[in-house]
Write a protein of this length. Structure first.
Length: 94
C-alpha cells in the first residue's frame, strides 16, 4: 500500500460466500446477528465484513472458515458443497 490506495482483491475473493449467506438465512439470522455469533466464537468481525464475505469481496482465510463453519453448526466441507456440485456438473457436460 505504498501509494496510499487500498489493496484490491480480485473478484471473486472467495468461493463460499453464497453458501454462507444461504446457511445464515436458513437459520433466520441477520448479518449483524451472525457477526455477533462469530464474535462469541472468537472471530472478531463486524456486519460489514459478513456482507463483504457473502458478496465475495472479502478473502476468507482458512482459520476464518473454521469459525464460520462452527458458528453455522456445519462441517467445513458443507461450505463447499454447492461449489463441488457445480464443478462436477461442468465436467459431466463436457
Amino acid at each position: 500500500m505504498a501509494s496510499g490506495n487500498p489493496r484490491r482483491t480480485k473478484f471473486p475473493a472467495n468461493l463460499i460466500g453464497p453458501q454462507i449467506k444461504r446457511l445464515r438465512r436458513a437459520r433466520g439470522w441477520s448479518q449483524a446477528k451472525f457477526a455477533e455469533r462469530l464474535q462469541l466464537n472468537g472471530f472478531d468481525v463486524g456486519r460489514d465484513v459478513v456482507a463483504r464475505i457473502e458478496c465475495r469481496f472479502h478473502c476468507v482465510r482458512d482459520k476464518e472458515i473454521l469459525f464460520i463453519a462452527r458458528t453455522l453448526g456445519v462441517d467445513v466441507s458443507h461450505l463447499f458443497l454447492s461449489i463441488e456440485h457445480k464443478v462436477l456438473d461442468s465436467f459431466r457436460q463436457s
